[in-house]
Design a protein around this ligand. Structure first.
Ligand code: AHR
Length: 537
């Protein structure tokens, strides 16, 4: 069995930088709250901000461990209920969180993926050297992926092979998928079951090309990027002109000089780009790991590890600010989106599992991590217009865990479900004094919050209480609004490392919560270590 040693070493370097100070929301400050337990939040409905793209709730599904095989694909002959080989329980769960897009087939896997192995009757058996060295049966290929997306109602975000493939191979794949005219490749697609041209929502040109994607210098990658951007075309008639498929370049994997130089190089080239190539996105990869190799356990930890992981995850804000600032120099109109297409927690593999499969538990702490990151993305909505949590099922910070016929929804899944109203909502600024919550030498903001108006004009407020021990009372003022009632859901659990299991699937599940409305204020008490979303009527 091949272990992903080379990958891990590359990731060490990538994540070697550590920010010194964790900061809270842009509009929040970290003043200690002394003995008081009330946090006043002022919701500024008169100053609407950017649209929070539904695409920031995107998923990432790589051919890695049981992310695809067992997690999504069981095959049409499986006793596990399925539709054309795709698990019905998983489809139903993903539909409920309105997954906007899925990035596939990798990850590192993408730069060794040859699409022809995964179409037609005879599938080629290959290996997956990045992830456990197991056999890759290729039974889940292009048609199965597109079928899966159709079943869950999501768009395709394809990562094409730049590392070990060719522009020719990638161009053929796109023609196979998107040509409406009867080319030989389009006819082959029809023979394989799909006469109509597929839509491909987004195209990623390479993955971590500075590491597992081929250890390229920025200059070498840029020459590849221009060629792929020019020749890997989307022919679907419905995706031309203003509806053209956005192309996403490989971006940074951290915040130190190596990464700022990479962002500088790509964005400088973009500033001077000619008609023959273009990009609409720059990716950013950042895992919550504290240090490499991953040393934190996903379950069986205490409050210090809870606080350390939250501190680490809050660095996402500074990382985005750093790269956005560089992007602003070369793209002041913010035409190029920052696409955080790999984010989430990365812990030590669960004991007894294949370390190449990246299997970890998902606890209440992960729910807090998810909420804090989604809030950071929302605050940067004018630049961060897409994000993909790693990874959708059975891998790293998953939404869903399966074992044969069993399935359980994770605490992270429930956060994504609670945040559905924020998809394509308009950001509304909030002001509050976050206070401070300290554990040993780690000090965190005590609360975090965002607000938004959905497309029907309804106001939504999310408030996270990071404090593992004490409740917080929230008093929200909404100048210009006369609230009549406010209610929603709250997610908490007995312990910071509480998890859902197949036997106890509802230990960390949302419960209804109602706020008091008094004197034009919305008042509610947040349980310790909780994520709460309410709407205001
Ligand atoms: O998500 C697991 C791996 O992490 C991906 O394959 C790679 O892109 C990243 O380093």
């Amino acid at each position: 069995m091949v272990q992903p040693v080379d990958r891990t070493v590359g990731v060490f370097r990538r994540a070697a930088f550590q920010w010194l100070v964790a900061t809270c929301a842009i509009l929040a400050t970290n003043k200690p709250l002394a003995a008081q337990t009330t946090v006043e939040i002022s919701v500024d409905v008169a100053r609407p901000g950017a649209t929070i793209s539904r695409n920031i709730f995107g998923q990432f599904a790589e051919h890695l461990g049981h992310g695809i095989y067992g997690g999504v694909w069981v095959g049409a002959d499986s006793p596990i209920p399925n539709t054309r080989g795709i698990r019905n329980d998983v489809v139903a769960a993903l539909k409920a969180i309105h997954v906007p897009n899925v990035r596939w087939p990798g990850g590192c896997f993408a730069d060794e993926y040859h699409w022809r192995n995964g179409v037609g009757r005879e599938r080629v058996q290959t290996l997956n050297p990045n992830w456990g060295g197991v056999i890759e049966p290729n039974s889940f290929g292009t048609h199965e992926f597109m079928d899966f997306l159709e079943q869950i109602g999501a768009e395709a975000y394809l990562s094409v092979n730049v590392g070990s493939g060719t522009p020719h191979e990638a161009a053929d794949w796109m023609e196979y998928l998107t040509a409406a005219q009867p080319t030989t490749l389009a006819k082959e697609r029809a023979t394989n079951g799909h006469p109509a041209a597929y839509k491909v929502g987004y195209l990623g040109i390479g993955n971590e090309s500075w590491d597992c994607g081929g250890n390229m210098t920025p200059e070498y990658y840029l020459s590849q990027l221009k060629i792929y951007s020019r020749f890997v075309r989307n022919y679907n008639p419905a995706q031309q002109g203003k509806d053209a498929m956005p192309k996403i370049a490989v971006g940074p994997g951290g915040g130190d000089a190596r990464w700022t130089e990479w962002t500088e190089a790509v964005m400088k080239a973009y500033q001077h780009h000619q008609w023959s190539w273009d990009i609409q996105g720059l990716s950013l990869h950042s895992y919550t790991v504290v240090r490499w190799p991953p040393a934190y356990r996903s379950v069986g930890f205490g409050e210090p590890e809870y606080a350390q992981i939250l501190k680490s995850t809050l660095q996402m804000d500074e990382l985005i600010t750093k790269h956005s600032t560089i992007m602003d120099t070369y793209d002041p109109k913010r035409n190029v989106a920052l696409v955080v297409d790999e984010w989430g927690t990365w812990y030590t593999p669960l004991p007894g599992t294949n370390p190449g499969f990246l299997i970890q538990q998902n606890s209440l702490r992960d729910a807090m991590v998810a909420a804090l990151n989604l809030n950071i993305f929302a605050r940067h909505a004018d630049r961060v217009r897409m994000a993909n949590i790693a990874q959708m099922i059975n891998v790293l910070q998953a939404m869903i865990v399966t074992d044969e016929a069993k399935m359980v929804l994770t605490p992270t899944y429930y956060v994504f479900k609670m945040y559905v109203p924020f998809q394509d909502a308009t950001f509304v600024p909030v002001k509050f004094e976050a206070g401070a919550y300290s554990v040993g030498d780690v000090t965190l903001p005590r609360v975090d919050a965002i607000a938004a108006r959905d497309r029907n004009g309804k106001l939504w407020l999310e408030v996270t209480n990071l404090d593992a021990n004490d409740p917080v009372e929230i008093e929200a003022t909404l100048p210009g609004i006369n609230p009549k009632a406010a209610s929603g859901e709250t997610l908490t659990a007995p312990k910071v490392d509480s998890v859902n299991t197949f036997d106890a699937p509802n230990t960390v599940a949302p419960k209804p919560i109602a706020a008091k409305v008094q004197g034009g204020r919305v008042i509610l008490t947040l349980a310790p270590k909780s994520v709460t979303v309410i709407s205001v009527q």
